[in-house]
Design a protein around this ligand. Structure first.
Ligand code: SDX
Length: 378
């Protein structure tokens, strides 16, 4: 077997063959099962998109209704999970709470019947249905309140905003949140998806697979960037301070959160759509300083770093949308996870179809036959 050359971060190294999604980083193209993201953002819903990603085809009307009904039925959490969340410190990060709850789900369901399509479907339904309820429940409980039960008469997106804010969302807000969920659902072999695949390749249960992916998404270089973007816009404080702030950060060789991408060398197509959604929300619910600072920062970064292919990624404008939807900044990444569960599950299923456990190699740079030195002689 020939050993390939070492590529830090596996940059440009194919680790699987997949038909789930496609990204062209030079031309800013993203497709789910071949359908352009713009089409799905405009015409689809999150559950229809999740079905497409996981079962390869857009569902018929009957298939979609059955899937939606199953999800509605499974939105509630077992009281054991809620009781467990009561022991979590209010100051804990919601991504840590989500990772713990996702893993805990595995305690309630039979471990591994991975060759049984009914088991696969049940796991898909439970994870898609319960993760939003977990995120909203932790939010209310860390404020000292009881979580509210999901409402079966609300769509997937509207129900999450209802559980989070304890009031029915404005129809425009629910529609825009639905689009955000579609946009974040899948993105080929990003770090958290790869983490899910590696875990899946050991044939462990799907709850452990999702818990692995949640832990990976939490990092600031990946899904955690959206939270950092708002903190950065706060630190900038005004349009006038954008360029001095940027110069100072670049001087210190610090990354500008929400910019750059391993694959996109143009503006992320999802950032373009999210910017439009932010504009709609500001128009309806009132303007605020973040948008002006963000657009000025985008111009300034393009002048300085555009030549290196560094443009806004999905995390740059998503935070502006979420803030307007009443989502606290430290819930931005859990919201990313709510959506990306669809992509993770699609890759979990695809990995099982032709599984081979991931076990890469290394280029060894250490010693050989080294002596064991007794502690007194060290
Ligand atoms: C997501 O993979 C996915 O698909 C992820 C995602 C998904 O949907 O799953 O799209 C979601 O994770 C989006 C990315 C969110 N992260 C951030 O916004 C954090 C800031 N971005 C960077 O840390 C960075 O751009 C990465 C991590 C996203 C990508 O980094 P790479 O591909 O490893 O790039 P690199 O570190 O090799 O940098 C190449 C050059 C370097 O300059 P030189 O040393 O060559 O002079 O570009 C510079 C970097 O310093 N650079 C940046 C920068 N990103 C890269 N400089 C300033 N600010 C940045 N944001």
């Amino acid at each position: 077997m020939t050993v390939c050359e070492f590529r830090a971060g596996l940059e440009g190294v194919p680790v699987t063959q997949s038909s789930i999604s496609f990204v062209d980083g030079q031309h800013g193209i993203l497709e789910y099962r071949g359908i352009p993201i713009y089409e799905l953002a405009e015409k689809s819903t999150f559950l229809e998109t999740a079905y497409l990603l996981i079962w390869k085809e857009l569902p018929t009307k009957e298939e979609l209704e059955a899937f939606e009904n199953e999800i509605q039925y499974h939105r509630r959490l077992k009281y054991h999970i809620r009781d467990m969340m009561k022991c979590f410190p209010e100051s804990g990060h919601p991504m840590d709470a989500l990772q713990a709850c996702a893993a805990a789900l595995g305690l309630f369901y039979s471990r591994r019947a991975l060759d049984d399509p009914a088991y696969i479907r049940a796991a898909v339904v439970r994870l898609l249905a319960k993760i939003p309820t977990m995120v909203a429940a932790f939010q209310l409980m860390r404020k000292g309140n009881d979580p509210v039960q999901p409402r079966d008469d609300l769509s997937y997106a509207a129900n999450f905003l209802y559980m989070l804010n304890e009031k029915e969302p404005d129809p425009l807000a629910a529609k825009i949140f639905e689009v955000c969920l579609v946009l974040h659902a899948e993105h080929t072999i990003n770090a958290s998806t790869f983490s899910a695949m590696v875990t899946a390749s050991t044939l462990t249960d799907p709850y452990a697979v999702i818990a692995s992916a949640v832990g990976t998404l939490a990092g600031p270089l990946h899904g955690g960037a959206s939270e950092e973007v708002i903190e950065m816009l706060d630190a900038i404080g005004s349009v006038e301070n954008v360029r001095p702030y940027l110069d100072d950060r670049l001087q210190r060789k610090e990354r500008i959160m929400g910019f750059g991408h391993r694959v996109y060398k143009v503006k992320d197509p999802r950032a373009i759509i999210l910017q439009g959604l932010a504009e709609q929300l500001f128009e309806k619910f009132g303007h605020d300083k973040y948008y002006d600072i963000a657009t000025e920062l985008e111009r300034a970064v393009e002048e300085k770093l555009g030549g290196k292919g560094i443009y806004p990624n999905v995390d740059f404008y998503s935070g502006l949308v979420y803030l307007k939807l009443g989502i606290p900044t430290d819930l931005f990444t859990p919201v990313f996870a709510i959506s990306r569960v669809a992509g993770w599950l699609a890759h979990w299923k695809e990995q099982l179809n032709e599984n081979r456990i991931f076990r890469p190699t290394q280029i060894y740079t250490g010693l050989h036959s080294a002596p064991y030195v007794a502690i007194g002689d060290r």
